[in-house]
Design a protein around this ligand. Structure first.
Ligand code: SF4
Length: 206
């Protein structure tokens, strides 16, 4: 169990490898308004309650594991649609407090959940959704080959950081840094402006 990567940690990696290393290697955490609201939202949706409406059963706070990909986690909501004469359709749903973004870290998190479900239930998951609280919209996400490849690559890269303990450089995406609760600890602008390491490497060819 120790070498299983938490799906929530994978999402941190997909957002920024440095924030992943700060949280999961250096054990640093700092809450901001956005992380606090996200945590409260998940505490509410992870109630584990089940209900059935029409042909769809809704299961909340579903525990997940994949030994093939080395993942462990929880799914906010699993919708299981059963229509007579057809195999059940499994549809994972992840809740987010904000609005849809261009970044794919939420998609990678959803795909990791789908990979776990597929292994646990010996099924195929072709689609899922992310529900955004701010816009009250549901984004349908195709669990396609590209997303699967990006997710598997992220799992491998995150595990290498955990095993090696290396600290990645700040990402070059200032918009992500503005929304990051670790800005004060990470100091991305200071590090981006500090060219001394590159100078030493150039000088000594290391
Ligand atoms: S401030 Fe930017 S570079 Fe630093 S951990 Fe956060 S997102 Fe990554």
């Amino acid at each position: 169990m120790d070498d299983l990567l938490a799906i929530s940690a994978l999402r941190h990696y997909a957002y920024c490898p440095r924030s992943f290393a700060l949280i999961h290697v250096e054990q640093v955490w700092q809450e901001n308004r956005s992380t606090a609201e996200g945590r409260i939202l998940h505490e509410r949706v992870d109630s584990g309650e089940r209900e059935t409406r029409g042909a769809v059963r809704y299961e909340r706070g579903v525990s997940l594991v994949s030994y093939k990909h080395g993942l462990i986690g929880k799914m906010d909501l699993l919708e299981i649609e059963t229509i007579k004469g057809a195999p059940p359709r499994y549809f994972p749903v992840e809740y987010k407090r904000g609005k849809p973004k261009r970044e794919n870290n939420n998609h990678i998190q959803l795909c990791a959940q789908a990979l776990c479900l597929e292994e646990m239930l010996n099924i195929s998951v072709t689609e899922g959704a992310i529900w955004y609280g701010q816009t009250k919209t549901r984004e349908i996400v195709a669990i396609n080959a590209d997303l699967r490849a990006a997710t598997i690559a992220a799992i491998k890269a995150a595990k290498i950081i955990l095993q090696s303990g290396t600290m990645p450089a700040p990402i070059n995406k200032k918009s992500r840094c503005r929304g990051c609760s670790l800005q004060d600890i990470c100091k991305p602008d200071v590090l981006r402006n500090d060219h001394s390491q590159a100078y030493i490497e150039e000088l000594f060819g290391s």
